[in-house]
Design a protein. Structure first.
Length: 86
């Protein structure tokens, strides 16, 4: 079916690949400057003791709740009024 050796024959007919230029040597990695030493952690100031919680004045007793006036009973709602008889 395939004449001329097919794919392999075509590959052989390619001109020799040009030689790659010698890889340029990367410059030696520049040494990072020595990391500056962190300043010694500043000691936190001694926590100032909170002043003792001021005692709240004795809760003023609320005035006795005024009794609500007895709820006036609503008149029973009349669902319908009987028609006056003639």
């Amino acid at each position: 079916m395939t004449s001329g050796g097919g794919w392999f024959g075509r590959a052989a007919s390619k001109p020799p690949s040009a030689p790659k230029p010698a890889s340029v040597p990367k410059p030696a990695s520049v040494p990072k400057p020595a990391s500056a030493p962190k300043p010694a952690s500043v000691p936190k100031p001694v926590s100032v003791p909170k002043p003792q919680s001021v005692p709240k004045p004795a809760s003023v007793p609320k005035p006795a709740s005024v009794p609500k006036p007895a709820s006036v009973p609503k008149p029973a709602s009349v669902p319908w009024r009987p028609r006056p008889r003639p």
